[in-house]
Design a protein around this ligand. Sequence first.
Ligand code: NDP
Length: 325
Amino acid sequence: MAEDASSIDSTIPTHTKAWYYSQHGRPADVLKFDPNWPLPQLKDDQVLIKVIAVSLNPVDYKRIHGEFKNVDSYLPVVPGFDVAGIVVKVGGGVRKFKVGDEVYGDINEEGLSNLKILGTLSEYTVAEEKQLAHKPSNLSFIEAASIPLACETALEGFEHAQFSAGQSILVLGGAGGVGSYAIQLAKHVYKASKIAATASTGKLELLREIGVDFPIDYTKYNFEDLPEKYDLVYDAVGQTDRAFKAIKEDGKVVTIVPPAYPPPAIFFALSSKGSYLEKLRPYFESGEVKPILDAKTPLPFSQLIEAISYLETSRATGKVVIYPI
Ligand code: NDP
């Protein structure tokens, strides 16, 4: 990558370029660019990051639509959860990072509440050290930015389900941001005995490449009508009622798309933890778990509206990343 600690301006800024919205609506209608957004004072446990790359997540456009307005921060808001960048300043209590470190993470500790007003779609952003990890040196900033929210969600789902080696899994939405990481974690971290996943016809080959034994073309088959049943269905689409029919007698369904269903379904909203990224570091460094980037990626900061509108179609493959910022 061209960007490294020596190539960024060492002056600590007081303002930043940022995308923001001051009313809810479609991103294309409400997102505006501010060349001069004020940066907050750093708290003791926070770092200031020069943002290099950002990946987008459905929660970004759902938040802009106003889906969480009952629990969300006051407007105006700079959206964005995921970041990869370089630390340019550290708070007094920060122990894990120093100026010049290459870091990545999801800057919001909780998935839906206490969301930050200053997100990551900004030239500079602020995050608590516990949400961040050192960027694996074999990954580019673009690749690293694609990991945090989606991959931590995949991991947290497996933890909630107490998924273990030798169990079988069906991932609904295998070609998406969360699904493509769930498949790879099932294979390499959890040593699943069998991995099935759903996608449309053109994405079945990708599913095979990332470790799926049984790709299911949802345009031709209803997964719940097939004879094979699974220990776990990981639902990244919102098909929990159908997923119940695809589990073994004592199987579970993890779902990340509302509405929440009763057990054996488990619904959760993710928590961002740098420790999740540290736990997965060996799998990124070995190349076993790989970022899957959409073919349109990366798109520059100036094309955020095009990028987020594309993600809104729910047709992206893997992750959509904004770079350069
Ligand atoms: P993406 O936008 O990355 O998902 C896009 C993918 O979904 C496409 O590749 C598409 O494949 C696939 N897809 C769409 N419809 C279907 C279908 N009927 N069957 C199979 N695949 C389908 O989203 P993410 O993976 O990032 O997120 C998935 C969902 O999970 C979102 O609703 C998101 O808000 C939610 N989420 C919830 C979290 C939580 O904490 N509860 C955390 C993270 C995400 P194709 O083109 O082949 O249809």
